[in-house]
Design a protein around this ligand. Structure first.
Ligand SMILES: [Zn+2]
Length: 110
């Protein structure tokens, strides 16, 4: 399936081919086409949609309970997070300490 990102976009105002780049807004990577002349940008429609979801979710705190399963302690990922990340069951993720009191969960998918 071809992604629209493969397409090149021409600025309708300047009639020039735009360049593709990735901008970081609020810690979210968003792909855009940018016209070098007039500096106008067009966000990738999928990223644009995801970015508005990101704005809703980014400052939320999700309270979870730590449970015991076998010899491990288990925490659940709230459905909002699973849905935002479009997680697939069986996917790998990595825990890493940020400080002695904070863990970062890294997903493979971007
Ligand atoms: Zn332009």
């Amino acid at each position: 399936m071809g992604d629209i990102w493969e397409e090149s976009l021409v600025c309708t105002k300047c009639n020039k081919k735009t360049e593709k780049l990735v901008l970081n807004r609020d810690n979210f990577d968003i792909r855009v086409w940018k016209c070098k002349d007039c500096k106008k940008t067009w966000p990738h429609p999928l990223d644009d949609k995801k970015f508005s979801e990101w704005k809703d979710i980014k400052d939320q705190e999700f309270k979870v309970k730590i449970r015991e399963v076998g010899n491990s302690a288990v925490v659940s990922l709230p459905s909002e997070i699973a849905s935002f990340k479009e997680l697939k069951m069986g996917e790998d993720a990595v825990w890493k300490f940020k400080s002695s009191n904070e863990l970062i969960l890294k997903f493979n998918s971007s």
